[in-house]
Ligand binder design. Structure first.
Ligand SMILES: Cc1ncc(COP(=O)(O)O)c(C=O)c1O
Length: 379
């Protein structure tokens, strides 16, 4: 069967009353703040997973215009999306690439992370015809991708052969957010050891980068030339250092009230009847559900912002809808906007606070924002 090409999402300005409002100027300012803390090092802005739900192409263009050296994505497809969206700066594919995909990567001028020893021979064959810039990934303690330090010795001959294409060497911290820096510092030592081994073999890449957002905020960048922040660019952080830096969250999730009704005490709301109205109240229905990325377990736990106050999400969150309880005297009508995710980090419906409620990280909530949500960009 032939592969089918899916139609792009059809959008209409009067379509669903749910939108992510993304303030691109905040992302530009966050980049500038990070660069200040990073002592002016160059930045690979991490825009994988649709720029953490914020929209890869508009965010990618913003970061490139604001001075990011390049953008980092996880897959060939994410890299192609940026190229086809008019992004011309370097794009680093972090997740490695099957050798069959190398010609496409070369044609689009993508930079590729080499993530395992088995790739070295394949790449050596293909690169003369399909040149790409390579970043050698070292597994200094993350345990996922990358050459292990114990494998490096056996790979040196192959790496020397690839040296003309090797632009960078990279690692990734497993515990950059941990106040105990023991393991992170161990990773750094391993990285330094590997770099020395490469240098002895005559391999001198011009770029070295081991740090994500938290490594930058926790001053773990050492001799690195570049860093790879993601979360902090979006103004999100789990560290007090991040808040002190004044990072500005850039995404608000807003839904217009679709229906509002007055219900008597004893009315149950939603699947499983998990909410029973304790007294007469108003129930507002919003067209946002777990299919949009609003987590089902925020039912009876989340809050939304409206008219300067917060109101509880009641009952179960369903696939396309959620319900909010308001007192009888609240002046609410269909079409009124309610804020599901706030850009104020201290509000109870910021991504950080909701992540805490759910026992997860803001990354998961942001990345889950579905592409069917309209995104509005403010320059
Ligand atoms: C290899 C790599 N580098 C950098 C980042 C960016 O990390 P953060 O969003 O914590 O700054 C990630 C994120 O998952 C990653 O996988």
């Amino acid at each position: 069967m032939n592969e089918q090409h899916l139609e792009p999402l059809i959008r209409h300005p009067e379509g669903r009353a749910l939108r992510a409002e993304v303030d691109l100027a905040r992302i530009g300012r966050n980049l500038a703040r990070i660069r200040t803390v990073a002592g002016g090092r160059e930045v690979w802005g991490v825009v994988k997973a649709n720029a953490y739900g914020h929209g890869a192409v508009p965010v990618g263009r913003t970061l490139a215009a604001a001075g990011a050296h390049g953008l980092a994505v996880s897959s060939l497809e994410e890299g192609l999306e940026l190229r086809h969206g008019g992004v011309s700066c370097p794009i680093l594919v972090l997740g490695g690439l099957r050798s069959e995909a190398l010609p496409a990567a070369s044609a689009e001028g993508l930079t590729i992370a080499v993530v395992g020893p088995e790739q070295l021979a394949e790449y050596a064959q293909l690169l003369p015809r399909h040149p790409v810039r390579l970043h050698l990934k070292l597994d200094t303690g993350m345990g996922r991708f990358g050459l292990l330090p114990s494998e490096l010795g056996d790979c040196l001959a192959a790496l020397r052969h690839l040296a003309p294409w090797i632009e960078g060497v990279m690692g990734h911290f497993a515990t950059a957010d941990d106040p105990d820096q023991g393991f992170a510092l161990r990773q750094r030592r391993v990285f330094e050891g590997c770099l020395a081994q490469l240098a002895e073999a005559g391999i001198h890449p011009t770029q070295r980068h081991h740090g994500n957002s938290d490594a930058c905020l926790r001053n773990l960048l050492d001799q690195d030339t570049h860093l790879r922040p993601g979360l902090a660019l979006y103004g999100l952080t789990t560290l007090t250092e991040g808040r002190q830096l004044g990072l500005e969250p850039a995404l608000a999730l807003v839904a217009e009230v679709a229906r509002v009704k007055v219900v008597p005490a004893g009315t149950t709301v939603g699947y499983g009847r998990t909410f029973v109205a304790p007294q007469s109240m108003q129930i507002a229905t919003l067209a946002c559900g777990y299919a949009d990325g609003y987590r089902r377990d925020l039912g009876n736990r989340g809050v939304v912002g409206f008219d300067g106050q917060t109101f509880p999400v009641v009952g179960r969150v369903s696939m396309d809808y959620l319900t909010v309880a308001l007192p009888l005297d609240a002046r609410v009508a269909p079409g009124d906007p309610m804020t599901l995710f706030s850009v104020d980090p201290s509000s109870p419906h910021s991504l950080e606070r909701l992540a805490q409620v759910l026992g997860t990280i803001p990354y998961e909530l942001a990345c889950a924002l579905h592409r069917r949500i309209s995104r509005r960009y403010f320059p």
